[in-house]
Design a protein around this ligand. Structure first.
Ligand SMILES: Cc1ncc(COP(=O)(O)O)c(C=O)c1O
Length: 401
């Protein structure tokens, strides 16, 4: 994709070498249009939203609500169904909190999978402890895909919540969340999709998925940090308790009572991350202009190229080889601990992540301490993958393996 010119940071040199940024699952770099959108808000339109009757406040409000429109349109949701949060983590916590004051009884079950990010595990674990409910885990096949037979067995009458990553940040597996949603709905459970790794990399349509909730983060889709979204079906959001109370989320307050605001503002207490929302809107425009189908196709090509290149290196094992995978390659190099590998790559200007990738239970389940992970974005090239492979060979020489 001819986009490298859009990202100022890609001109940087690291240790005198051209930057090769392969840590897109952690966060992505920002195109100039996103940087400009945030700067323009602060430079020309900065004011608090909703409350003002003056021009600046109206402009800021329009920009913020336009971002709401863009974010909801992007995933084929209605305007009222997308709540702005700080990130995927906050979106999932909002749901767990809401269930803590809502609907769970002792003996109910929450179904997750063995490959969840801590963000889609810890909140449910805490909720389970609080409410006396049980968390169950869908098993994995050897290639890192979900064992759908195990899912069928686990999702039953006691299941109230099924919450699953659309794409694993550690293994790259793309999960059939639509099918899991059907299983959840057949027992009247809600289906929550952690879209942190899917929404930035392929087209996600909440109506087609028929999920009840979807969480994602702006910073993983070329937008700003501190900005995320929670999609929820309108009737479900309407029945949920707010997560935070205060200004903006109210319609009417007396000393005794409060009537909450309409959706989505009912869940957006206090002054929002206005600049972040505007930046997210710009990121949505940017990826939409490239086309999510083209992004998916391009990253698939990188994945295929990278998989071939890296699996040809003697001693290197790919961790996660599901047929349905996004642009993430986790690997182990025999004789080189992941952090040492990542440091050697860094000396060559290559950014990869090493460790448990916020999925410690998964690493334990696989019987490893961690992996090295290269994750692709729209600006990566095959040439960069060649540099990664060369640098891995260099590490092997240093470690004499
Ligand atoms: C699958 C998945 N879920 C949740 C998260 C949490 O995202 P954030 O840190 O933006 O809240 C991540 C981040 O890496 C992720 O990959």
């Amino acid at each position: 994709m001819d986009v490298r010119k859009d990202f100022p940071i890609l001109k940087r040199k690291i240790h005198g070498k051209e930057l090769v940024y392969l840590d897109n699952a952690a966060t992505t770099q920002k195109p100039q249009v996103v940087l400009d959108a945030e700067r323009d808000y602060y430079t020309n339109h900065n004011a608090n939203i909703h409350r003002g009757v003056y021009v600046l406040s109206e402009e800021a409000t329009n920009l913020y609500e336009k971002a709401h429109e863009k974010a909801s349109h992007f995933i084929n949701a209605d305007f009222q169904e997308v709540v702005f949060t700080r990130n995927t983590t906050e979106s999932l916590n909002l749901l767990a909190y809401s269930y803590s004051v809502w609907d769970l009884q002792k003996g109910d079950e929450i179904v997750l999978s063995r490959l969840e990010h801590h963000s889609n595990l810890v909140p449910w674990q805490q909720l389970a402890q609080l409410k006396g409910v049980t968390v169950k885990f869908i098993e994995l096949e050897n290639d890192g895909s979900l064992d759908m037979e195990s899912a069928k067995k686990l999702i039953g009458k006691k299941t109230k919540i099924v919450s699953i990553a659309h794409m694993s940040n550690a293994l790259g597996t793309i999960n059939d969340v639509r099918e899991l949603g059907k299983m959840a709905h057949s027992v009247n459970a809600v289906m929550i999709v952690d879209g942190a790794q899917s929404v930035p990399h392929f087209s996600v349509d909440v109506k087609k998925l028929d999920c009840d909730f979807l969480a994602f983060s702006a910073h993983k889709m070329y937008g700003p940090t501190g900005m995320g979204c929670l999609y929820g079906k309108k009737d479900l959001l309407e029945n949920m308790k707010p997560f935070l109370y205060g200004g903006e989320m109210i319609r009417e307050v007396s000393y005794e009572h409060t009537r909450f605001n309409d959706l989505p503002w009912k869940f957006e207490a206090g002054t929002s991350n206005i600049a972040g929302a505007i930046g997210l809107g710009a990121a949505v425009d940017y990826v939409s202009s490239l086309g999510m189908e083209s992004i998916e196709e391009y990253e698939k090509e990188l994945l295929m190229y990278g998989t071939k290149k890296l699996s040809a290196i003697p001693g290197l094992t790919l961790i996660g080889t599901s047929k349905k995978k996004g642009g993430i390659i986790s690997f182990d190099m025999k004789g080189i601990p992941p952090h040492d590998m990542a440091s050697i790559l860094d000396a060559d200007g290559i950014c990869v992540r090493a460790g448990h990738h916020c999925a410690m239970p998964l690493m334990n389940h696989l019987g490893i301490h961690g992996t090295c992970r290269a994750s692709f974005g729209i600006y990566n090239t095959k040439k960069e993958i060649d540099r990664l492979a060369e640098s891995i060979e260099k590490a092997k020489k240093i470690f004499k393996v």
